[in-house]
Design a protein around this ligand. Structure first.
Ligand code: ATP
Length: 593
């Protein structure tokens, strides 16, 4: 563990610095001063992300019979975003600093203590004037002179060249107003008074087509999920699948976040990995299976069962996703936040956020929501294209029900509608019409949505793996050593291959042979410069779990027993073992894939 584990800012600075120094993550457009909220992945970051992406894709689609993949476009018909509700409601509340016009998300302002200072305006010797009242927070512990200097600098920055030099600006009519405790009315960086909270739509607008008029407006997708809903019918019709089944997709998403922060955690361009798992409505399960299984503590979630309704499917996916995170080394830093009925959107039945411990706090890594039929129904209504599927098994089972049994199902649903605390209850006529379709075997599938962020996942594994230890070298000098204890499955480089000495052609030739053998199957790094200890340390710093050293024994100097064997070093335990070259691949492959 790092010495700075308890100092989140220092810990994050070290992680950001390591990421840049060793080619994991760079600031986008750095040579031009950067570009707010966007990041580039360097050679090792690209490998790490690729490993995480592959792990998700394989676990969620390839290794399952009931999930298919999709790779949809980023730009779509804007009608999709109207139907999904994003045009009207995908907004955060933001507040603007009265001093600098800098924006901040209303729920991202931490409480602050200090004294409210007021000025009637400001002027400069060149005749420039600012006739506007200014209120700002003199933070507890901040000296009044440095506060004034800061305010002058902010005013100068805002006014541009016309105000002249910041030190020449005169602040007018200074007054001390009130002492405040725990106030959320001042910008966290500038200290300027914040204006009213206003909704700010997070979608990034663009124009599709050459005329760039309002008719050409569309959006960079703010989530990958909507394309899955929009293509649901095509996938269903072209793939010979039956509900329950899922469609998974990985791809870029864009949000004009008001306050991008915490490195890549909240970016404006990021990658999502989303699954929409389509299930039968509970009423269909009840008709087919005679009952809908209820979840209870300790329920067996290992294999899906035909009598599962939305609740067990939701629990199942929380369990599956937890196992996934355990498989990439995050098992012991997860927490769960089950949204309360007050948190939930009116259409959602349940939503759990899988949270992860980051240096800056415990934050969301993935959300898993049971969204009912909301999304497909919204597209059915807006597009007027049916999103219903036909279920032969349901039709056959429904045909065996008596009229009384059918009426009992209808009455149960009507009672549930009447008991709704959010959203409008479905009118009786609509409920009866819905059951009429259901008894014929037709329904719009419901959905469970595990939605994860790839960039957050990459940051989570780096932050979890980051560790520092103090070492004393041969000369007694203390040195801080950084080791990234990345899980072998996600590590960008799996094996470092080292000839003991670079000036011995037989060692180099053998090492090259081993490197050629391994690199066909995994990402390896060949290194012959510096001492072997230094080479191990370089690989430890980027999370390489294994090192293979080729020495004189490999070439048979200590007799035939050790001929064609190498030293395999394990990063985390420091253990070194002698392994035959012919057995190396068989030993390493299961550990890294
Ligand atoms: P938050 O509350 O943190 O803004 P959210 O609940 O809006 O996130 P979702 O819309 O559920 O997020 O998106 C699913 C996942 O996509 C999140 O769990 C997260 O991993 C990822 N994600 C969302 N927004 C961002 C972002 N701005 N930068 C990086 N990843 C993001």
């Amino acid at each position: 563990m790092s010495n700075d584990a308890k100092n989140p800012i220092a810990q994050m600075e070290k992680i950001v610095s390591l990421c840049k120094r060793r080619g994991f993550i760079y600031q986008s457009s750095e040579i031009y001063g950067g570009c707010g909220g966007v990041w580039d992945y360097g050679p090792l970051g690209a490998e790490l992300k690729r490993n995480l992406r592959t792990a998700w894709w394989n676990t969620m689609t390839r290794e399952r019979e009931d999930v298919l993949g999709l790779d949809a476009s980023i730009l779509m018909n804007p009608a999709i975003w109207k139907a999904s509700g994003h045009v009207d409601t995908f907004a955060d509340l933001m507040r603007e600093c009265s001093l600098t016009n800098k924006r901040v998300r209303a729920d991202h302002v931490d409480p602050q203590d200090g004294v409210v200072m007021k000025y009637s305006g400001a002027k400069a010797p060149n005749g420039w004037r600012w006739d506007r009242a200014i209120s700002a927070l003199l933070k507890n512990g901040e000296h009044i002179e440095s506060f004034r200097k800061r305010i002058r600098a902010l005013i100068a920055q805002n006014a541009g060249e016309s105000a002249g030099k910041p030190e020449e600006i005169e602040l007018l009519g200074e007054e001390k107003i009130d002492a405040v405790n725990g106030s959320v009315d001042f910008h966290p960086e500038t200290g300027g008074m914040l204006g009213e909270a206003r909704p700010f739509n997070l979608m990034l607008k663009t124009y599709l087509g050459p005329t760039a008029t309002e008719d050409d407006v569309t959006y960079l997708r703010p989530e990958t999920a909507q394309a899955i809903f929009a293509q649901f019918k095509n996938v269903f019709d072209s793939s010979r699948v039956k509900v329950p089944f899922g469609i998974g997709q990985i791809g870029k998403a864009f949000r004009n976040e008001v306050t991008p922060k915490n490195f890549t955690f909240r970016s404006r361009e990021f990658e999502q990995m989303e699954l929409e798992f389509f299930i039968k409505p509970d009423e269909a399960v009840e008709i087919i299976s005679g009952e809908v299984a209820k979840w209870h503590e300790g329920a067996d979630l290992s294999e899906p069962k035909p009598n599962w309704g939305w609740e067990l499917w939701h629990r199942y996916w929380v369990d599956q996703r937890t196992k996934f995170y355990q498989g990439i080394g995050l098992g012991d830093v997860l927490e769960y936040y089950w949204q309360t009925p007050a948190d939930l959107a009116h259409y959602a039945r349940a939503c759990v956020d899988i949270l992860c411990e980051f240096p800056f706090g415990t934050e969301e890594l993935e959300g898993i929501a049971a969204r009912g039929e909301f999304d497909l129904s919204a597209h059915q209504t807006a597009s007027t294209k049916s999103q219903e599927i036909f279920d032969e098994e349901l039709k056959t089972a429904a045909a065996k029900l008596t009229d009384e049994q059918k009426e009992a199902l209808i009455q149960k649903r009507l009672a549930a509608e009447a008991a709704k605390t959010k959203g409008e209850p479905m009118p009786e006529a609509a409920v009866r019409a819905w059951f009429e379709r259901l008894f014929k075997g037709s329904y719009v599938p419901h959905v469970i949505e595990p939605s994860a962020g790839l960039d957050r996942m990459a940051l989570a594994v780096i932050a979890k793996a980051f560790s520092e230890t103090e070492k004393v070298d041969e000369k007694g000098k203390k040195e801080v050593i950084t080791v990234l204890r990345l899980h072998p499955r996600v590590a960008p480089i799996k094996v470092g291959v080292f000839p003991l000495l670079k000036n011995k052609p037989e060692l180099v030739a053998k090492a090259r042979e081993v490197y050629a053998l391994l690199k066909k199957h995994m990402n390896c790094f060949y290194d012959e410069t510096a001492s072997i200890g230094r080479r191990y340390a370089r690989q430890d710093e980027v999370g390489t779990p294994f090192g293979v050293t080729i020495d004189f024994e490999t070439c048979g100097e200590k007799g035939p027993d050790l001929l064609d064997t190498v030293t395999l070093r394990h990063r985390d335990s420091g253990e070194q073992e002698r392994v035959k070259i012919s057995e190396l691949l068989g030993k390493l492959l299961p550990l890294v894939s």
